[in-house]
Design a protein around this ligand. Sequence first.
Ligand code: APR
Length: 168
Amino acid sequence: MKGTLELYRGNLLDVDCDAVVNAANSSLMGGGGVDGAIHRAAGPELKEACRPLAPCPTGEVRVTEGFGLGDRLIFHTVGPVWRGGNEGEAELLASCYRKCLDALIERELTSIVFPAISTGAYGFPVNEAAGVAVHECRPYAKKHDIKITLSAFDQQNATAIEGALESA
Ligand code: APR
């Protein structure tokens, strides 16, 4: 492995990195969960910066400055809403991870922190989401000298990500 892929238990805003991934919705106008935390920390300028970038399709990423987050960039990605698993949800979630990692590499940045995208309001099953996250991130950590952090805000996600990291 040229790079690293690790679990962090807690608030993703506490992780020192180049890029913080936001679990956004297509409007990019903020919300609850991660989205709410990031917009609160970044301040009102973030909403203005996001406005011209919206709508963001599911599985895609839009990049802004961090404003109140200092020199960290914010990668706004829109995860799939879980609708039972037969509507391409897993591939759309995988796309969120790949597009964010491609954006990191394109900008020659070296560290990124993800939340467990879609496992909150969007209802994606935690274990399957952790498997997607690790499966998509591991090849990038192998190929590039980058630090990828998967953050978990609750024990269920932490256990799921730990399990996925051990089994991969
Ligand atoms: N740090 C790390 N993880 C967090 C944090 C935080 N500060 N806050 C929440 N989480 C975790 C949640 O516990 C969950 O496991 O992030 C995961 C994603 O949850 P949500 O934030 O609800 O995101 P998502 O399920 O993708 O739903 C997105 O919710 O907030 C709205 O505007 C957002 O419409 C969008 C939807």
